[in-house]
Design a protein around this ligand. Structure first.
Ligand SMILES: *[C@@H]1O[C@H](CO)[C@@H](O)[C@H](O)[C@H]1NC(C)=O
Ligand SMILES: *[C@@H]1O[C@H](CO)[C@@H](O)[C@H](O)[C@H]1NC(C)=O
Ligand SMILES: *[C@@H]1O[C@H](CO)[C@@H](O)[C@H](O)[C@H]1NC(C)=O
Ligand SMILES: *[C@@H]1O[C@H](CO)[C@@H](O)[C@H](O)[C@H]1NC(C)=O
Ligand SMILES: *[C@@H]1O[C@H](CO)[C@@H](O)[C@H](O)[C@H]1NC(C)=O
Length: 949
């Protein structure tokens, strides 16, 4: 796989330096002293060990206990290794699965009895979870320690300064958890680090993800460590590097300052300080995710470099000339550096280069053939997220064009390669990863694919591949992930397709509309998968029986799978670890209470008793579930609950007040009938999405709802709500959330004709929606709503709102859809609407608006007359009605409410000036249009005209 460089570094480091001076003595005959044995028992008694990892810690001879190591000769306990590496090397970063495996962590209290182990020189408690306790000060008394690892162990607070007494330390790891972590790592802070300057023997030092309050002090102390070989400061919020007059840690072989904020807090990027070029022994350097500038004079001097990560610095093409002489480079991550194809030849002399990552650069068009010799050397090539187009390059289509066939991992997702899935791909005999997600591959998968006997990951979702899937795919006995979703595959997937896939962990077939999964009812696969996606695949009519023996399933997404069946009793057995269950849009029949009380009871009980197993998302939307919502659902520690589009009746159970983790609650389109519950706002304060639309909720909208500050999507449309729109709705602060897509400035094409698309997966995070339409709301549109500057969709139609449109409506710069139709709104239409660049739908029909329709780029394109009908006093080119007359009396005659009035008049003065002469000519035309619209309006305008004449 595609390991983070620091993991490679770790490997290098540990392979060469594991020797810390003693050997494992489990099978020798040494016996430990009573003193040591007692101290360890005391230590054990302080710990919480839910999974009995220390069950061997009984009896006299502690040298035989798991994780305890004694000196061969003396029998003294010298090493305790209780680390728990439960993380999975899954994808680019190891992920720590906190939810399901938390029970295997050690926790509790650390007994000072450890001090009695006079000869302890090695202590590893990493990757456990100690509930944010501080490192106990007695650690400063473990004077013989040479190795201390407390990484990712859930410690918190300030690091005690007396750790500085451990002057013999060679290894000190205090870092967080690498990469993306589900669940807490360490939560350390350090104020002064001057105490580390005493570590004259320190070779390996990891402070990653620590909050370091005084970074000047940090660097001065580090400069006192002449033995340092490896320094990890990843993710420490550093924003500046010091300038040394003399750098002492020139032995350094590995430096990681990935993901800090260097060069980001000032207007200009930061140069790499000149002292870097004195670190001539550096083999691993990670400068990624900072804002460095001009690497030229520094990087080219670091000729020992083997692993270099300069990702996301935006260096530009000049970077490559400074890399062109680094002949020892093996691993090069250039992600996000504005690099063009035209400069890649500068890597031509790097004959050791094996891993080249070019994601998110500006590679455009065809791959130049001249680069073949570079690419042929690689075992890992990442071209994803570039605008590369045309046919796949020769070295991929025809491996014999390379002298040697080394390719192991090929990433080309989010590109515009448009080609057949090449037959020659099957000749890359070492290939382990093919990732061509979101590209333009078409045609069929060749059945020769079975020759890729090393293939572990086949990710080809969202291409234009078609035909049937060759059953030879079932011969890929090393396959761990098969993702062919979102293509045009047809035909049948049968048992044959899975014949030898015993290592499969992820199976995604979703969104191949004409694909049929047809396996016999007594077939059980040899694999145990974690994820299954079979949305919009023809799986039914029966609930797939083979799922029954899947015991580690984490995610089951089987929406719209043409299943017409009862939910099977055994579902609760396979959902024990499940974080996501989506069975929406099927024809699952019966009452939901049967489903919850019977099938999920076990799950509910478990989640209560162990407080571990956690169903994160339950989606049963769009089935035919009926009856009342069972109150037992309120016992789940759930984050997403989707029950929309069923036939549920009655009230929302009061037990839902316990769902304090809930982020999405969708009960829309049911038959629920209740006074609008005030407790939703008081208790469910994590909600991002609340949809209660198309039910029969009644009463006023409670002010308590505004306590849910994170709300992004509120839909209460189609109920019987009355009263006014609370002005505190302007306080919803969803905009502070940054969805994943926004990092790259994308917009979701989210609306069609004013109707928000259904949300899919995480996409919802990008949408900001307020829909209160089809109720009985009165009063004005609160001007506070214009504070919702991230709002994309606003629908207040079909109420009885009056007053005018808030003049600052133009502040809603992200607005894509605005519907105020069928109210009693009046006044003029603010000119500021014309500045809303994203507005693609606007309906103001059937109100009482008057005056000219503002002009502007965006409004010009919304030229559908029907958006304005039913407003007889409107005029403008768009509705082919000229705005004749001097207009003043016209405007004064209206009585818009609220403080928006003055501004609106001002806004429109320009429009009326000097058009009086054309009045009579235009009048007939106006009459005609009005006649065709509404009688009421005609009368109104007649009155107005009469007064003016
Ligand atoms: C341990 O003792 C047994 C006999 O008591 C002996 O056979 C064995 O060789 C010893 N092992 C070591 C490593 O000394
Ligand atoms: C390290 O360098 C500094 C100057 O930056 C010097 O004052 C100090 O004595 C040096 N320390 C060691 C341990 O060599
Ligand atoms: C870097 O090394 C050069 C000579 O090799 C020396 O003159 C210079 O002072 C060193 N710079 C630092 C900051 O130590
Ligand atoms: C590669 O090495 C050759 C021979 O040393 C040299 O002539 C050429 O300029 C080098 N190319 C690059 C891009 O540095
Ligand atoms: C759903 O399954 C039935 C058989 O149970 C089949 O006749 C029908 O065509 C399927 N519907 C779709 C949309 O595939």
């Amino acid at each position: 796989m595609n390991y983070h460089p620091f993991l490679i570094l770790l490997l290098l480091v540990f392979v060469t330096n594991l020797d810390v001076g003693f050997t494992k003595t489990h099978h020798s005959n040494t016996t430990c002293s009573e003193n040591d044995q007692k101290a360890l028992i005391e230590f054990k008694n302080g710990l919480i060990d839910n999974s009995n990892r220390l069950s061997s810690w009984t009896g006299q001879n502690c040298c035989k206990w798991d994780g305890v190591f004694c000196d061969e000769k003396t029998g003294n306990v010298v090493k305790i290794d209780l680390h728990y590496k439960n993380y999975l090397l899954d994808g680019e970063y190891p992920q720590r699965v906190f939810d399901n495996h938390a029970k295997n962590f050690l926790g509790g209290e650390l007994s000072p009895s450890l001090v009695k182990l006079k000869h302890l020189s090695y202590l590893d408690l990493s990757y456990n979870y100690f509930s944010s306790i501080q490192i106990p000060p007695f650690f400063g008394l473990l004077m013989n320690l040479r190795f201390l690892n407390l990484s990712c162990a859930g410690f918190g607070g300030y690091i005690p300064k007396n750790l500085g007494n451990l002057s013999r330390l060679e290894h000190l790891y205090l870092g967080g958890c690498y990469g993306y972590v589900i669940g807490p790592g360490n939560d350390f802070r350090v104020d002064s680090l001057s105490w580390i300057s005493k570590f004259s023997s320190l070779k390996f030092f990891d402070l990653s993800q620590l909050v370091i309050e005084d970074t000047k002090d940090l660097w001065n102390s580090i400069n006192m460590l002449p033995s340092l070989l490896s320094l990890n400061l990843e993710g420490c919020y550093l924003n500046i590097l010091p300038s040394f007059t003399q750098v002492n840690f020139t032995s350094l072989s590995s430096l990681n300052i990935h993901h800090n904020a260097i060069g980001m807090s000032f207007e200009n990027s930061s140069i790499i300080p000149p002292w870097f070029s004195n670190l001539t022994r550096l083999m691993n350097l990670d400068l990624g995710q900072n804002n460095f500038d001009d690497p030229t004079n520094v990087l080219e001097k670091l000729s020992s470099l083997r692993v270099l990560d300069v990702s996301n610095n935006g260096f530009g093409d000049s970077l490559l000339s400074s890399l062109s002489k680094l002949n020892n480079l093996v691993y090069l991550d250039l992600l996000g550096n504005d690099i063009h194809f035209s400069s890649l030849h500068l890597l031509g002399n790097l004959t050791s280069l094996s891993v080249l990552k070019l994601r998110y650069n500006v590679l455009k068009g065809l791959i130049p053939e001249g680069l073949t010799s570079i690419f042929c050397r690689l075992s890992v090539l990442d071209l994803s997220d570039n605008e590369i187009s045309g046919l796949l390059p020769t070295f991929i289509r025809d491996p014999s064009s390379c002298l040697e066939n080394r390719l192991k991992e090929l990433y080309m997702g989010n590109t515009k390669f448009s080609d057949f899935f090449p037959e020659g791909m099957s000749m890359h005999k070492n290939l382990e990863v093919i990732d061509s997600t979101n590209s333009l591959l078409y045609g069929e998968i060749p059945s020769s694919i079975s020759k890729l006997s090393n293939l572990r990951f086949l990710r080809i979702s969202n291409n234009k591949l078609n035909g049937s899937i060759p059953s030879s795919i079932g011969q890929l006995s090393n396959l761990e992930e098969l993702d062919i979703s979102e293509n045009l595959f047809t035909g049948i997937v049968s048992e044959l397709h899975f014949a030898k896939l015993s290592k499969l962990m992820k199976l995604h077939l979703s969104k191949n509309k004409n694909l049929v999964l047809n396996v016999s009812s007594n077939w059980y696969p040899t694999f145990q998968v974690k994820e299954i996606g079979m949305t919009s695949v023809n799986v039914g009519p029966n609930f797939p029986q083979w799922l029954q023996k899947q015991s580690i399933l984490d995610t089951l997404i089987m929406s719209d799978a043409n299943i017409t069946d009862m939910i099977p009793n055994w579902l609760s057995n396979i959902t024990l670890f499940m974080t996501t269950l989506d069975l929406s849009v099927n024809k699952l029949v019966g009452g939901i209470s049967v489903l919850c009380d019977a099938q999920f009871l076990k799950l509910i009980d478990l989640s209560k008793n162990l407080n571990l197993e956690e169903l994160r998302s339950l989606n049963l939307a769009d089935n035919s579930l009926e009856g009342e919502i069972p109150s037992s659902l309120g016992d789940l520690t759930i984050r997403f609950l989707h029950l929309q589009k069923n036939n549920l009746q009655g009230k929302i159970p009061l037990s839902f007040q316990n769902l304090t983790w809930l982020e999405r609650l969708d009960l829309g389109e049911n038959k629920l009938k209740d006074v609008f519950p005030t407790w939703i706002g008081e208790k469910l304060q994590s909600l991002e999405l609340l949809r209660l639309n198309s039910n029969q909720f009644y009463g006023v909208i409670p002010l308590e709802l505004c306590q849910i500050s994170s709300l992004c999507w509120l839909n209460l449309a189609g109920n019987n709500l009355y009263g006014t729109i609370p002005s505190c709705f302007g306080n919803f602060s969803c905009g502070t959330f940054r969805g994943p897509g926004e990092v790259f400035g994308q917009r979701v094409e989210s609306f069609m004709k004013g109707i928000p698309l259904e949300y899919v997966g995480e996409q919802i995070l990008l949408l900001r929606i307020l829909d209160l339409s089809e109720n009985k709301l009165v009063g004005g549109i609160p001007k506070e709503l214009t504070k919702l500057v991230y709002l994309q969709y606003l629908n207040l139609s079909r109420n009885s709102l009056n007053g005018s449109i808030p003049k600052k409506i133009g502040d809603l710069k992200q607005l894509e859809s605005l519907d105020l139709s069928h109210n009693k709104l009046s006044g003029s239409i603010p000119q500021s609407l014309a500045s809303l660049n994203y507005l693609s739908y606007m309906n103001l029909s059937y109100n009482n608006f008057s005056g000219p329709i503002p002009t502007g780029n965006q409004l010009q394109s919304l030229d559908d007359q029907s958006f304005y009908v039913g407003n007889p006093r409107l005029c403008g080119i768009l509705i082919k009605k000229s705005c004749n007359g001097n207009g003043t009396s016209h405007v004064n005659e209206q009585t818009p409410q609220g403080d928006d009035h003055d501004q609106d008049v001002d806004e429109h003065k320009w429009f009326y000036a000097g058009i009086a002469p054309g009045f009579c000519v235009g009048f007939l035309g106006v009459l005609f249009i009005l006649y065709k619209t509404r009688n009421r309006g005609v009368v109104h305008v007649f009155q107005c005209m009469a007064r003016r004449l």
